[in-house]
Ligand binder design. Structure first.
Ligand SMILES: NC(=O)c1ccc[n+]([C@@H]2O[C@H](COP(=O)([O-])OP(=O)(O)OC[C@H]3O[C@@H](n4cnc5c(N)ncnc54)[C@H](O)[C@@H]3O)[C@@H](O)[C@H]2O)c1
Length: 254
């Protein structure tokens, strides 16, 4: 089914690569007008250049003024805002008892503060447009612990909570807010950290553990398909919900 998002104006943050890039490409394939945003301006430009009608906007989601300007740029370029995907995220691998406050703040500021700022500044523009959809990118670590990423998991649990509050507060404005909770997807966020997990947890092979738990890595395109559904009218009855996409990992004890 094509064009589920025909002429909808969508911002995707962290869209210079990985899941954000896949979501931006899938939204464009379904007829949306994209604002491709990333901390890395060249990455945002590269993705936007390959999508008809898309614009690139550099934005650090930790900075309130930059997020406000991102939303303003979307409205200026495309006339309105219908969809926001606060996807930008970072991770590091460190046990809680060795974690510096700076490491904690870095992950919380991008992964939780950044999502708050995106919702905070996107919602008024979406209210002005008469409604819309926000799709947050949480993680199964919001609901089940993975050692060495306690800051990341706490931020993602916060994203789920923010998703729920926003869904309740914005429902009267016809804005739906839903979260995606992916398992391990083989992006640049995960690839460089496999060796760190192996070393610090004494694991022989991180990929083998993922294969045992998930069956395989998920793909960015699989996450993007769910993000299309949640932003589209097909998901009209989904609001404040967490959508787990993890090959059955969270459901299984063995
Ligand atoms: N890869 C996975 O297994 C996985 C699983 C669950 C959830 N997620 C979540 O999905 C989202 C995307 O992850 P990914 O795997 O594509 O990561 P990635 O590292 O491949 O891409 C992240 C993107 O975010 C951008 N970014 C980083 N800091 C930023 C900032 N301050 N402002 C704006 N942009 C910034 C980066 O430049 C990069 O383009 C993240 O929120 C991540 O936590 C990923």
């Amino acid at each position: 089914m094509k064009n589920l998002l025909q002429d909808k104006v969508a911002i995707v943050t962290g869209a210079g690569k990985g899941l954000g890039e896949a979501v931006a490409r899938a939204y464009a394939a379904h007829g949306a007008k994209l604002v491709v945003s990333d901390l890395d301006p060249a990455a945002a430009r590269r993705v936007a250049a390959s999508l008809p009608g898309a614009i690139a906007v550099a934005c650090d989601v930790r900075e309130p003024l930059e997020v406000e300007a991102l939303v303003a740029a979307a409205v200026e370029a495309h006339g309105r805002l219908d969809i926001m995907v606060p996807n930008a995220g970072v991770a590091s691998v460190v046990p809680l008892v060795q974690m510096s406050y700076a490491q904690w703040r870095e992950v919380l500021s991008v992964n939780l503060d950044g999502v708050f700022l995106c919702i905070r500044y996107a919602a008024p523009a979406m209210i002005a447009a008469g409604g819309g959809a926000i799709v947050t990118m949480a993680s199964i670590t919001a609901q089940a612990a993975v050692p060495l990423i306690g800051h990341y998991a706490a931020a993602k649990a916060g994203v789920v909570s923010l998703t729920q509050t926003a869904s309740v507060e914005l429902r009267a404005h016809h804005i739906r807010v839903n979260a995606i909770l992916p398992g391990f997807i083989d992006t640049d966020m995960v690839k460089p950290r496999k060796a760190e997990f192996e070393k610090m947890l004494g694991l022989p092979d991180f990929d083998a553990l993922v294969a045992q738990k998930q069956g395989r890595y998920g793909t960015a395109e699989e996450v993007a398909k769910l993000a299309v559904f949640l932003a589209s009218p097909r998901a009209a009855f989904s609001n404040g919900a967490v959508h787990v996409l993890d090959g059955g990992t969270r459901a299984s004890l063995l």
